[in-house]
Design a protein around this ligand. Sequence first.
Ligand code: PMP
Length: 305
Amino acid sequence: MAQLQKPEWVYIGGKIRSWDEATLHISTEAVTRGLAVFEGIKGYWNANSTEFGMLALPRHFARLQRSGKLLYIPCPVGYEEFEQACHQLVHLLHKPDRDMWVRPTLYVVEGHWGEGTVADLVLTAYHQDKTPPKAIDVGISTWRRSSDNSISPRIKTNSNYQVARLARIEGRRRGYAEMILLNEWGRVAEATGACILMVRNGKVVTPPPSEGRLESITVEIVAGVCNSLGIDFVERPIDRTELYIADELSLAGTLAELTPIRQIDDYVLPDDSPILKRVRTRFWNAVRCTDPHPAVDLSVVRPAG
Ligand code: PMP
Protein backbone atom coordinates (compact mmCIF):
# COMPACT_ATOMS: atom_id res chain seq x y z
CA MET A 1 0.00 0.00 0.00
CA ALA A 2 1.21 3.54 -0.75
CA GLN A 3 2.79 5.10 2.33
CA LEU A 4 1.92 8.77 2.63
CA GLN A 5 4.68 11.02 3.89
CA LYS A 6 4.12 13.09 7.02
CA PRO A 7 6.56 15.98 6.74
CA GLU A 8 7.54 17.69 9.97
CA TRP A 9 6.33 21.18 8.92
CA VAL A 10 3.41 22.66 6.99
CA TYR A 11 2.26 26.23 6.28
CA ILE A 12 -1.27 27.00 7.55
CA GLY A 13 -3.04 30.13 8.82
CA GLY A 14 -0.17 32.32 7.60
CA LYS A 15 2.56 30.48 9.53
CA ILE A 16 4.73 27.41 9.61
CA ARG A 17 3.36 24.88 12.11
CA SER A 18 3.96 21.23 12.92
CA TRP A 19 2.18 18.53 10.92
CA ASP A 20 0.00 17.60 13.92
CA GLU A 21 -1.16 21.19 14.43
CA ALA A 22 -2.46 21.47 10.83
CA THR A 23 -6.13 20.57 11.35
CA LEU A 24 -9.51 21.80 10.11
CA HIS A 25 -12.79 21.74 11.99
CA ILE A 26 -15.34 19.10 10.89
CA SER A 27 -17.93 21.85 10.24
CA THR A 28 -15.92 23.67 7.56
CA GLU A 29 -17.08 23.47 3.93
CA ALA A 30 -13.67 22.00 3.11
CA VAL A 31 -14.80 18.97 5.13
CA THR A 32 -18.57 18.86 4.66
CA ARG A 33 -18.52 19.52 0.90
CA GLY A 34 -14.88 18.78 0.08
CA LEU A 35 -14.57 22.39 -1.06
CA ALA A 36 -11.03 23.34 -1.97
CA VAL A 37 -8.83 24.15 -4.95
CA PHE A 38 -5.20 23.17 -5.17
CA GLU A 39 -1.96 22.97 -7.14
CA GLY A 40 1.00 20.63 -7.43
CA ILE A 41 4.36 22.34 -7.91
CA LYS A 42 7.62 20.54 -8.59
CA GLY A 43 10.97 21.59 -7.15
CA TYR A 44 14.21 20.33 -8.70
CA TRP A 45 17.79 20.38 -7.50
CA ASN A 46 20.24 21.49 -10.15
CA ALA A 47 22.67 18.86 -11.48
CA ASN A 48 25.22 19.30 -8.67
CA SER A 49 22.63 19.80 -5.90
CA THR A 50 23.71 23.35 -5.04
CA GLU A 51 20.49 25.17 -5.98
CA PHE A 52 16.86 24.18 -5.59
CA GLY A 53 14.40 25.67 -8.09
CA MET A 54 10.60 25.55 -8.06
CA LEU A 55 9.16 25.20 -11.54
CA ALA A 56 6.70 27.76 -12.94
CA LEU A 57 5.68 29.19 -9.55
CA PRO A 58 3.88 32.30 -10.96
CA ARG A 59 1.87 30.16 -13.42
CA HIS A 60 0.79 27.78 -10.65
CA PHE A 61 -0.30 30.71 -8.48
CA ALA A 62 -2.25 32.19 -11.40
CA ARG A 63 -4.03 28.86 -12.00
CA LEU A 64 -4.83 28.53 -8.28
CA GLN A 65 -6.45 31.95 -8.46
CA ARG A 66 -8.38 31.02 -11.61
CA SER A 67 -9.69 27.82 -9.97
CA GLY A 68 -10.68 29.86 -6.92
CA LYS A 69 -12.38 32.51 -9.05
CA LEU A 70 -14.55 29.95 -10.86
CA LEU A 71 -15.72 28.49 -7.52
CA TYR A 72 -15.99 31.85 -5.70
CA ILE A 73 -13.18 30.93 -3.33
CA PRO A 74 -11.08 34.01 -2.52
CA CYS A 75 -7.32 33.65 -2.17
CA PRO A 76 -6.13 35.29 1.06
CA VAL A 77 -2.57 36.01 -0.13
CA GLY A 78 -0.87 37.74 -3.05
CA TYR A 79 1.94 36.29 -5.15
CA GLU A 80 4.80 37.68 -3.01
CA GLU A 81 3.44 36.11 0.15
CA PHE A 82 2.75 32.86 -1.65
CA GLU A 83 6.27 32.64 -3.05
CA GLN A 84 7.80 33.49 0.30
CA ALA A 85 5.71 30.81 2.04
CA CYS A 86 6.70 28.16 -0.55
CA HIS A 87 10.36 29.08 -0.14
CA GLN A 88 10.13 29.06 3.64
CA LEU A 89 8.58 25.60 3.77
CA VAL A 90 10.87 24.05 1.19
CA HIS A 91 13.89 25.54 2.89
CA LEU A 92 12.92 23.82 6.14
CA LEU A 93 12.30 20.44 4.51
CA HIS A 94 14.62 20.00 1.54
CA LYS A 95 17.41 17.41 1.46
CA PRO A 96 20.13 17.40 -1.22
CA ASP A 97 19.45 13.82 -2.33
CA ARG A 98 15.69 14.30 -2.94
CA ASP A 99 13.55 16.54 -5.14
CA MET A 100 10.27 17.83 -3.68
CA TRP A 101 6.77 18.81 -4.66
CA VAL A 102 4.62 21.40 -2.94
CA ARG A 103 0.84 21.17 -2.69
CA PRO A 104 -0.78 24.56 -2.12
CA THR A 105 -4.45 24.10 -1.17
CA LEU A 106 -7.10 26.78 -0.63
CA TYR A 107 -9.42 25.21 1.93
CA VAL A 108 -12.79 26.85 2.55
CA VAL A 109 -12.81 27.43 6.30
CA GLU A 110 -15.78 29.78 6.70
CA GLY A 111 -19.03 30.30 4.83
CA HIS A 112 -22.13 28.42 3.80
CA TRP A 113 -23.55 27.81 0.29
CA GLY A 114 -21.30 30.51 -1.13
CA GLU A 115 -22.10 33.17 1.46
CA GLY A 116 -19.28 34.61 3.54
CA THR A 117 -16.70 32.33 1.94
CA VAL A 118 -13.26 32.54 3.55
CA ALA A 119 -10.38 30.30 2.54
CA ASP A 120 -7.02 29.54 4.09
CA LEU A 121 -3.89 28.82 2.07
CA VAL A 122 -2.22 25.62 3.26
CA LEU A 123 1.10 24.38 1.90
CA THR A 124 2.39 20.87 2.33
CA ALA A 125 5.57 19.59 0.72
CA TYR A 126 6.82 16.08 0.04
CA HIS A 127 10.09 14.45 -0.99
CA GLN A 128 10.52 12.64 -4.28
CA ASP A 129 13.17 10.55 -6.00
CA LYS A 130 15.37 12.39 -8.46
CA THR A 131 15.11 9.71 -11.13
CA PRO A 132 12.98 10.27 -14.24
CA PRO A 133 9.76 8.21 -14.36
CA LYS A 134 9.84 4.77 -15.98
CA ALA A 135 7.52 3.72 -18.82
CA ILE A 136 4.05 2.55 -17.77
CA ASP A 137 1.01 0.73 -19.16
CA VAL A 138 -2.30 2.62 -19.23
CA GLY A 139 -5.91 1.75 -19.91
CA ILE A 140 -8.92 3.69 -21.14
CA SER A 141 -11.41 4.13 -18.34
CA THR A 142 -15.13 3.52 -18.55
CA TRP A 143 -15.57 6.71 -16.46
CA ARG A 144 -15.90 10.05 -18.22
CA ARG A 145 -14.28 13.43 -17.56
CA SER A 146 -16.88 15.94 -16.40
CA SER A 147 -17.94 18.68 -18.79
CA ASP A 148 -17.42 22.42 -18.74
CA ASN A 149 -21.04 22.92 -17.66
CA SER A 150 -20.86 20.65 -14.61
CA ILE A 151 -17.52 20.80 -12.83
CA SER A 152 -15.22 22.29 -15.44
CA PRO A 153 -11.99 20.33 -16.00
CA ARG A 154 -10.35 23.76 -16.05
CA ILE A 155 -10.89 24.00 -12.28
CA LYS A 156 -8.29 22.15 -10.23
CA THR A 157 -10.66 21.30 -7.44
CA ASN A 158 -11.04 18.28 -5.18
CA SER A 159 -14.41 17.30 -6.66
CA ASN A 160 -12.83 16.82 -10.07
CA TYR A 161 -10.67 14.06 -8.58
CA GLN A 162 -13.60 11.86 -7.50
CA VAL A 163 -13.92 10.52 -11.04
CA ALA A 164 -10.13 10.27 -11.31
CA ARG A 165 -10.12 8.14 -8.17
CA LEU A 166 -12.78 5.83 -9.59
CA ALA A 167 -10.72 5.46 -12.76
CA ARG A 168 -7.58 4.65 -10.75
CA ILE A 169 -9.48 1.99 -8.79
CA GLU A 170 -10.74 0.54 -12.07
CA GLY A 171 -7.20 0.66 -13.49
CA ARG A 172 -5.65 -1.18 -10.55
CA ARG A 173 -8.12 -4.02 -11.06
CA ARG A 174 -7.08 -4.20 -14.72
CA GLY A 175 -3.33 -3.90 -13.97
CA TYR A 176 -2.77 -0.33 -15.20
CA ALA A 177 -0.73 2.35 -13.44
CA GLU A 178 -2.73 5.24 -15.00
CA MET A 179 -6.02 5.62 -16.84
CA ILE A 180 -7.15 7.83 -19.69
CA LEU A 181 -10.52 9.52 -19.34
CA LEU A 182 -12.62 10.22 -22.40
CA ASN A 183 -14.76 13.35 -22.54
CA GLU A 184 -18.54 13.62 -22.84
CA TRP A 185 -18.25 13.15 -26.63
CA GLY A 186 -16.14 9.99 -26.30
CA ARG A 187 -12.90 11.64 -27.40
CA VAL A 188 -9.65 11.74 -25.42
CA ALA A 189 -9.57 14.21 -22.52
CA GLU A 190 -6.57 13.41 -20.29
CA ALA A 191 -5.23 10.99 -17.71
CA THR A 192 -6.34 11.11 -14.06
CA GLY A 193 -3.47 13.36 -12.96
CA ALA A 194 -1.72 14.37 -16.18
CA CYS A 195 -2.34 15.28 -19.80
CA ILE A 196 -1.58 13.04 -22.74
CA LEU A 197 0.85 13.63 -25.60
CA MET A 198 0.59 11.64 -28.81
CA VAL A 199 3.03 11.51 -31.73
CA ARG A 200 1.61 10.84 -35.19
CA ASN A 201 3.34 11.65 -38.47
CA GLY A 202 6.20 13.37 -36.68
CA LYS A 203 3.96 15.85 -34.82
CA VAL A 204 3.35 16.08 -31.08
CA VAL A 205 -0.43 16.27 -30.56
CA THR A 206 -2.52 16.94 -27.46
CA PRO A 207 -6.22 17.80 -27.08
CA PRO A 208 -7.05 21.45 -26.30
CA PRO A 209 -8.53 22.31 -22.87
CA SER A 210 -11.99 22.52 -24.51
CA GLU A 211 -11.79 18.71 -24.92
CA GLY A 212 -11.85 18.38 -21.13
CA ARG A 213 -8.28 18.65 -19.96
CA LEU A 214 -6.72 20.84 -17.31
CA GLU A 215 -4.93 23.96 -18.58
CA SER A 216 -1.63 22.19 -17.99
CA ILE A 217 1.60 24.03 -17.33
CA THR A 218 3.69 21.02 -18.42
CA VAL A 219 1.89 21.01 -21.78
CA GLU A 220 2.76 24.70 -22.17
CA ILE A 221 6.39 23.87 -21.41
CA VAL A 222 6.36 20.98 -23.89
CA ALA A 223 4.97 23.33 -26.57
CA GLY A 224 7.88 25.69 -25.92
CA VAL A 225 10.44 22.89 -25.96
CA CYS A 226 9.02 21.45 -29.22
CA ASN A 227 9.15 24.89 -30.75
CA SER A 228 12.83 25.30 -29.95
CA LEU A 229 13.61 21.80 -31.25
CA GLY A 230 11.77 22.41 -34.54
CA ILE A 231 9.13 19.76 -33.73
CA ASP A 232 5.53 20.57 -34.71
CA PHE A 233 3.21 20.85 -31.70
CA VAL A 234 -0.52 20.71 -32.40
CA GLU A 235 -3.62 21.03 -30.18
CA ARG A 236 -6.60 19.22 -31.72
CA PRO A 237 -9.24 16.68 -30.70
CA ILE A 238 -7.98 13.08 -30.49
CA ASP A 239 -10.10 9.98 -31.08
CA ARG A 240 -9.70 6.94 -28.87
CA THR A 241 -8.53 4.75 -31.78
CA GLU A 242 -5.79 7.23 -32.64
CA LEU A 243 -4.14 6.42 -29.32
CA TYR A 244 -4.13 2.73 -30.33
CA ILE A 245 -2.21 3.45 -33.55
CA ALA A 246 -0.01 6.26 -32.21
CA ASP A 247 3.73 6.20 -32.92
CA GLU A 248 4.57 7.42 -29.40
CA LEU A 249 2.60 8.31 -26.28
CA SER A 250 3.49 10.04 -23.04
CA LEU A 251 1.89 11.56 -19.99
CA ALA A 252 2.66 15.21 -19.30
CA GLY A 253 2.19 16.70 -15.87
CA THR A 254 4.00 18.25 -12.94
CA LEU A 255 4.32 15.00 -11.01
CA ALA A 256 4.06 12.60 -13.95
CA GLU A 257 6.72 14.74 -15.69
CA LEU A 258 7.02 13.13 -19.14
CA THR A 259 6.22 9.48 -18.33
CA PRO A 260 6.58 7.29 -21.42
CA ILE A 261 3.66 4.96 -22.21
CA ARG A 262 4.55 1.39 -23.23
CA GLN A 263 1.08 -0.04 -23.79
CA ILE A 264 -2.50 1.26 -23.95
CA ASP A 265 -5.28 -1.28 -23.41
CA ASP A 266 -4.17 -4.21 -25.63
CA TYR A 267 -2.02 -2.12 -27.93
CA VAL A 268 1.76 -2.11 -27.47
CA LEU A 269 3.61 1.02 -28.61
CA PRO A 270 6.79 0.75 -30.74
CA ASP A 271 9.96 0.37 -28.58
CA ASP A 272 11.56 3.42 -30.07
CA SER A 273 10.25 6.87 -29.07
CA PRO A 274 12.59 9.20 -31.01
CA ILE A 275 10.58 12.43 -30.88
CA LEU A 276 9.42 12.36 -27.29
CA LYS A 277 12.87 11.21 -26.22
CA ARG A 278 14.31 14.46 -27.60
CA VAL A 279 11.62 16.45 -25.77
CA ARG A 280 12.26 14.57 -22.51
CA THR A 281 16.02 15.07 -22.68
CA ARG A 282 15.64 18.80 -23.37
CA PHE A 283 13.08 19.15 -20.54
CA TRP A 284 15.31 17.26 -18.12
CA ASN A 285 18.41 19.32 -18.97
CA ALA A 286 16.40 22.50 -18.45
CA VAL A 287 14.97 21.59 -15.02
CA ARG A 288 18.42 20.42 -13.86
CA CYS A 289 19.89 23.70 -15.16
CA THR A 290 22.53 22.08 -17.39
CA ASP A 291 20.85 23.66 -20.44
CA PRO A 292 18.32 26.35 -19.36
CA HIS A 293 15.23 26.91 -21.51
CA PRO A 294 13.00 30.03 -21.59
CA ALA A 295 9.83 27.91 -21.07
CA VAL A 296 11.30 26.39 -17.89
CA ASP A 297 11.26 29.17 -15.29
CA LEU A 298 12.63 28.23 -11.88
CA SER A 299 12.13 30.19 -8.67
CA VAL A 300 15.34 29.51 -6.75
CA VAL A 301 14.96 28.86 -3.04
CA ARG A 302 17.47 30.78 -0.94
CA PRO A 303 17.83 30.81 2.82
CA ALA A 304 15.81 33.63 4.43
CA GLY A 305 17.62 36.77 5.62
N1 PMP B 1 -4.65 16.96 -15.63
C1 PMP B 1 -4.90 16.70 -14.35
C2 PMP B 1 -6.24 16.14 -13.99
C3 PMP B 1 -3.93 16.96 -13.36
O1 PMP B 1 -4.18 16.68 -12.08
C4 PMP B 1 -2.68 17.47 -13.76
C5 PMP B 1 -1.62 17.74 -12.71
N2 PMP B 1 -1.71 19.03 -12.21
C6 PMP B 1 -2.46 17.74 -15.11
C7 PMP B 1 -3.47 17.48 -16.02
C8 PMP B 1 -1.18 18.34 -15.59
O2 PMP B 1 -1.12 19.70 -15.26
P1 PMP B 1 0.27 20.38 -14.93
O3 PMP B 1 1.13 20.12 -16.11
O4 PMP B 1 -0.03 21.83 -14.79
O5 PMP B 1 0.78 19.73 -13.71
